[in-house]
Design a protein around this ligand. Structure first.
Ligand SMILES: C[C@](O)(CO)[C@H](O)COP(=O)(O)OP(=O)(O)OC[C@H]1O[C@@H](n2ccc(N)nc2=O)[C@H](O)[C@@H]1O
Ligand SMILES: Nc1ncnc2c1ncn2[C@@H]1O[C@H](COP(=O)(O)OP(=O)(O)OP(=O)(O)O)[C@@H](O)[C@H]1O
Length: 267
């Protein structure tokens, strides 16, 4: 029996950095949303836990040091079982790109193995924060407001979000989340109210490391029919939301060929 789970791309519709936490991470206020597209994880029962990676970005990932394997091992340990799984990751999202690829894969692995091993879903929720700050949000993969390190979540019902046409673009330059946070200037610019009027406070430090982000944002904001254009997470992926799928399709057609792009819809 082979079962499969989508690992939706994560978008931070707004991300405000409010200060430092006692553990050295940063205090955030962010609105997480998810695309209908992303990576995919499949699993079959097996004796040990193993991983194969395929797809357009598979060459950039190791099969031994992978968040999918960490998620599987942490879940088996939490459940106190020695069940195995033969896992396959289809890597469609660029690595280290601010759209939660590794976190989305870890969240999807937790959902998938909860089904395969028929264990209590509360175990996945308990394990998620240990795998990364974005993993609890990716485990839910539903629109949510995150505070603390981004791992304390409240679901958000905003009827304007699901179904929104979105275009993601990336200059294919990997950016380390740790390096971007380390360059944040320490200034709290205020709370997250209406996300449409919000910001991504990691954009200036990310731009200092990858100046192409400025080009992506200028290009996205000057497309017809754009309602919001912003960077996601720690970058370098930027996104634009559009009034219509037709406007989004026109922008996707015009996208420079040296950028990665994903034309999608918010869940
Ligand atoms: C930028 C975001 O993607 C926004 O959703 C997340 O905050 C990052 O989440 P993530 O990739 O799951 O990050 P983690 O794997 O937990 O942490 C990577 C590194 O980012 C920094 N980090 C992460 C989250 C946070 N609230 N403050 C931080 O300072 C820390 O240096 C940490 O060592
Ligand atoms: N399954 C995986 N997919 C992507 N990266 C992984 C995976 N497993 C481990 N990694 C490692 O995690 C690092 C961060 O990659 P990831 O794609 O999760 O970053 P990101 O999209 O910037 O995430 P975020 O938006 O949560 O900051 C990479 O450098 C990579 O080596």
């Amino acid at each position: 029996m082979r079962i499969s789970e989508p690992a939706p791309a994560k978008v931070n519709l707004a991300l405000h950095v409010r200060g430092k936490l006692p553990d050295g991470r940063h205090a955030l206020e962010t609105l997480f949303a998810f695309c209908v597209d992303g990576d995919k994880i499949e699993a079959e029962p097996a004796d040990g836990i193993s991983l194969a990676v395929k797809g357009p970005f598979s060459a950039e990932l190791s099969t031994s040091n992978n968040l999918v394997l960490d998620a599987a091992q942490h879940l088996a340990d939490a459940a106190g079982i020695d069940n195995g799984a033969s896992l396959t990751l289809t890597k469609n999202l660029p690595v280290a790109s601010g759209i939660g690829g590794g976190s989305a894969d870890a969240g999807a692995t937790l959902r998938l193995l909860t089904r395969l091993w028929n264990i209590d879903p509360a175990l996945a929720s308990a394990v998620a924060p240990r795998l990364g700050s974005d993993v609890p949000a990716c485990l839910l993969s539903m629109t949510a407001r995150g505070v603390g390190a981004g791992d304390r979540l409240d679901l958000v019902q905003d009827p304007s979000i699901p179904g929104s046409p979105i275009l993601l673009v990336n200059p294919l330059i990997a950016l380390s989340t740790r390096d971007v946070f380390a360059r944040w200037d320490g200034v709290d610019r205020g709370a997250l109210g209406d996300w449409r009027n919000g910001r991504n406070d990691l954009e200036p430090p990310a731009r200092a490391l990858v100046p192409e982000i400025g080009e992506l944002l200028n290009w996205l904001s000057s497309r017809d029919g754009v309602t919001v254009a912003r960077m996601s997470g720690s970058g370098a992926t930027c996104f634009a939301l559009f009034e219509s799928e037709a406007a989004r399709a026109r922008a996707a057609d015009e996208c420079p060929s040296n950028w990665w792009r994903l034309a999608s819809i918010l869940r």
